[in-house]
Ligand binder design. Structure first.
Ligand code: MG
Length: 161
């Protein structure tokens, strides 16, 4: 068995009239994330971490934001597609860990729901899905409330045949 690690990063702009979806969970807030898909920044970072670990490129190659099929796409559906690619490649997800950099709102009340949601798609136990949040301490685009960033790492294992 080989262990494979990957890293992912994403950011999206906050805008009025949009939904705030993080890890497939809609969080009540006066603004949401803007983008071609549902702009689920956490799931996008996670997808890049998983594709990176698998050596399968990045989210932009698989789901181009110029493709109308992915307009307002449910990012959990994209994550499920990536899980299928990994399965075909003989790779299992061991664990993932994510950090969301967001000034407001607080994510703590939603953390367990996000972990369970992602774990359900990944087919692993929620305790293998880390979801953490921090603020920008008032600094930069996050601190000014202009956007949200997310980082993720994924650990994969080659399946024994
Ligand atoms: Mg994105």
């Amino acid at each position: 068995m080989s262990a494979l690690a990957g890293i992912g990063y994403d950011s999206h702009r906050l805008a009025p009239g949009r939904r705030l979806v993080l890890g497939g969970v809609e969080i009540p807030h006066e603004e949401g994330l803007d983008g071609h898909s549902d702009a689920d920044v956490l799931t996008h970072a996670l997808i890049d971490a998983m594709l990176g670990a698998a050596g399968l490129g990045d989210i932009g190659e698989h789901f181009p934001d110029t493709d109308e099929r992915y307009r307002d796409a449910d990012s959990l559906g994209l994550l499920a597609r990536v899980c299928e690619l990994l399965d075909v490649a003989g790779l299992d997800v061991v664990n993932v860990d994510c950090s969301v950099v967001i000034e407001r709102p607080k994510l703590a009340p939603h953390r367990d729901a996000i972990r369970e949601r992602l774990a359900g798609v990944l087919g692993i136990e929620p305790r293998r899905v880390g979801v953490k949040a921090t603020t920008g301490e008032g600094m930069g685009f996050v601190g000014r409330g202009e956007g949200v960033a997310a980082l993720a790492v994924a650990s994969l294992a080659t399946r024994e045949r």
